[in-house]
Design a protein around this ligand. Structure first.
Ligand code: ADP
Ligand code: GLC
Length: 496
């Protein structure tokens, strides 16, 4: 195929700056931008969530009350578009009863009861929008279970539709732990025929619907967000039941590491920091640490002590249980610990419980707080990421850039991005532990603390990390190569 530009319909349920619950939102905002910078025609479609609406964006109403299929009926939705000129077009699906809620997917009691309806509606609406605006994509790139229905729809109800007749489908798994499982009785909501789709080779999963599986089996290529995780999810230990179908398609499973948006995550120009800094002049990092110690009410003396940071969703995946197990022996050594997290109330309660024993040395903020995330990643000496599994992980990559040494479980993208420090060669940018056990974690922290006391070596580790370059340009290029190879593989689907 000649390298003409591709038309890419990018479907992701979150994207910065419009909506974000975690790394998916970072990728949803950055990847389309960098594909557009590579000259591609990219269109991103999102639900108009309450958080997005409250941003007061300047939006144009493209269409009012277009009919979108949901179950046996069609419900009206509005289509809006960002007014300002930008590198790529962003459209929103507006339907107040489905999307204008306090959160994106769940409330304190758990997932919204109608998530199948909400993301089925979004999937159909996205395909309707492409038709409405006359965008005939070469590639539809879907992300996670929220968009997993789209490949099935494109191969089913929309197969004969001229807008999608030649399209190729790429599906990215950001986290195999979220599988979009719903009771089979709800299949009618999707509009898919039971005979054609509800079977073991289709989206049936232990007699239930799995939208993640739908994305995997009906796409031309499946990617995930690091090379190691691409291998891991083909094993029973990490595949969470999907390993069989992934192994079966192993020639079409790819691992492409996420990038970092260095416009937002760069200590030399980070607007959230009390002081900026760079590899050549690290003075500002000290000021960030001092300000963080004061802001979070730690003992002033902690400025001179090693400060460990955690910025994480509070979820079993993230291994906070391991942190709780090492708190006593670590903080006893007069080490500081600051945790920023949101999510599980149970994990929140467990962290809160140990707080009084470590007054002045430990701080915990239960919130989703973007500016504080930046201040911790800049102000801490080390960032702990003891995830049970981690498809890619972004915070360790941010930490590297900020001269904050990552200490991670050697799994998934954490293992691909952090290089164990080797004092004999003064190479490496962080510390890793394995197996996932508190003993191994504790040993790694002790080892890191040992090096911390040697100012010169520590500085070398920091500088090694600050040189790391995980810019999006490289990852976006890899996606583009993949899109092209997928399009080439299906010559019947000629680009017009
Ligand atoms: P995941 O997507 O599994 O949560 P990642 O490391 O890929 O993990 O991405 C997490 C993203 O969310 C990062 O941008 C991180 O800074 C941000 N983040 C996580 N928890 C919080 C929080 N409590 N407040 C602000 N930002 C957070
Ligand atoms: C998921 C993963 C995380 C990854 C992010 C973006 O939330 O848990 O590891 O970095 O998606 O791909």
């Amino acid at each position: 195929m000649k390298h003409v530009h591709l038309k890419i319909l990018f479907l992701c349920s979150e994207a910065v700056p419009f909506a974000k619950t975690g790394g998916l939102g970072d990728v949803g905002g950055s990847l389309p931008l960098h594909l557009a910078k590579l000259g591609q025609d990219v269109r991103l479609i999102l639900p108009l969530y309450r958080v997005t609406k409250e941003q007061g964006l300047s939006l144009v109403l493209l269409a009012e009350n277009i009919g979108v299929p949901l179950g046996y009926e069609e419900l009206p939705a509005n289509i809006l578009k960002i007014k300002s000129k930008s590198d790529f077009a962003v459209y929103f699906v507006q339907r107040e009863d489905l999307y204008e809620r306090p959160n994106l997917y769940a409330n304190e009691q758990g997932d919204y009861y109608d998530n199948l309806e909400r993301f089925t509606f979004y999937s159909h609406a996205a395909l309707r929008i492409a038709q409405f605006v006359g965008f005939k994509p070469d590639i539809i790139h879907c992300h996670d279970w929220q968009t997993g229905l789209v490949p099935a729809l494109v191969r089913g109800a929309y197969a004969k539709n001229p807008t999608f007749g030649t399209v190729s489908l790429v599906f990215t798994i950001h986290n195999i732990g979220y599988q979009g499982i719903f009771p089979k009785e709800k299949l009618y909501i999707t509009g898919l025929s039971e005979k054609e789709f509800f079977h073991p080779e289709g989206l049936e999963y232990w007699d239930k619907i799995s939208l993640l599986k739908s994305g995997i089996v009906y796409s031309d290529a499946v990617t995930t967000v690091s090379p190691r995780y691409a291998r891991e999810i083909q094993s029973p230990e990490y595949g969470m039941g999907m390993e069989g179908i992934l192994r079966k398609r192993k020639e079409r499973v790819y691992g492409i590491l996420n990038g970092v948006d260095y416009d937002s995550w760069d200590p030399s120009k980070d607007r959230y920091l009390p002081a900026t800094y760079c590899a050549e002049d690290l003075a500002g990092k000290g000021r960030c640490k001092e300000a963080l110690v004061l802001e979070l009410g730690l003992l002033r003396s902690m400025v001179e002590r090693p400060l460990l940071g955690v910025v994480s969703r509070l979820d079993a995946q993230k291994g906070l249980d391991l942190i709780l197990k090492v708190i006593e022996p670590i903080l006893e050594q007069n080490v500081g610990l600051v945790i920023l997290g949101s999510g599980s109330k149970q994990i929140k309660d467990k962290i809160t419980e140990v707080m009084p024993r470590h007054a002045g040395r430990m701080a915990f903020k239960y919130a989703f707080d973007e500016p504080l995330a930046h201040r911790i990643i800049a102000g801490a000496d080390m960032l702990l990421v003891p995830s049970r599994y981690e498809p890619c992980g972004l915070t360790q990559m941010y930490a590297l850039k900020y001269g904050t040494v990552p200490l991670v479980h050697a799994t998934g993208g954490l293992d691909d991005t952090v290089v164990e420090f080797d004092p004999s060669k003064v190479e490496g940018n962080g510390f890793k532990f394995s197996p996932f056990a508190h003993g191994a974690f504790l040993d790694a922290i002790r080892k890191a603390l040992h090096f911390f006391s040697n100012r010169e070596l520590w500085r070398a580790i920091m500088l090694n990390g600050m040189q790391a370059d995980f810019s999006w340009a490289r990852s976006a290029k890899q996606y583009l190569d993949l899109y092209r190879s997928v399009v080439d593989r299906f010559p019947g689907r000629k680009i017009q």
